[in-house]
Design a protein around this ligand. Sequence first.
Ligand code: APR
Length: 278
Amino acid sequence: MTTDKINKLIDIAAEKIYEASHVVALVGAGMSAESGIPTYRGSGGIWTKIGEPDPRSFQNFMNDPKLWWERMLNPDRVNVESPERAKFTKALAEAKPNPGHFALVELEKIGKLDTIITQNVDGLHRIAGNNNVAEIHGNRNYYRCLDCSSRFLRDEFMIIDIPPKCPNCQGMIKGDGVMFGEPIPSDVLARCITAAQNCDAMLVLGTSGTVYPAASFPTEAYMNGAYIVEINPERTPISDVVTTQIAGATGDILPLLVAKIQDGIIISYLFGTKYYGV
Ligand code: APR
């Protein structure tokens, strides 16, 4: 895609986001690729290399939570994992937000981003400074109670028994990251569904659009008449229902898009005119 074409598409997307009243971002692993975290699928993806986890992961946990916790707390854990998995765990632990994350912080600050629905467990949107983040697959920096949905920062949680019990309700505690085979926690799922149903513009950022229910949100928003812009170097199953598909990296495109929207707000404030001449 040429630079001119990309710039034209950015202008179109900027105008639509500028004019929208309720903007939602649906984020996937591609957003964190420029923070050094491998994606899951496609070339270089961690699942591409080592295969997807067991679809019964959650059932296995429920059958023997003590074993899961003993493995999780094993200080030698990284060495017993596959080298690829160990590299992935290390990349997650060391990652920092990239320009794409900071662009979404700016978008939230100017009132043009109601909610980020992220499939990523890296917590980078919160670290970058976004406040309205729905982590549909959880956040690796937290533990979660399966009974009362309380969440606890790992670094602040005192583990006395194995498996630990929830300090609030004595329920079962596990990592907040949603395991394969685990239902999406009902509180965060309700928040995501409401945001997707009520938006009039959606940014679809760095997701292969293959894992549900997250992958259903763009189609749902599109059916409700929302404007959808996808930023991804590759086409995905979602590309068929988006209004604007920008073939690029989120770390490159999002800062340009947000700058255009900020210009629009300034110019319309100074001159009271409709900014976009596209
Ligand atoms: N900018 C934008 N998109 C990118 C970039 C980038 N710099 N680099 C890669 N991509 C795109 C890829 O083209 C791909 O379409 O990001 C997408 C990543 O797809 P996946 O690896 O499948 O990640 P995701 O869609 O988030 O997976 C969803 O699957 O296994 C589960 O829990 C896991 O949350 C994850 C879910």
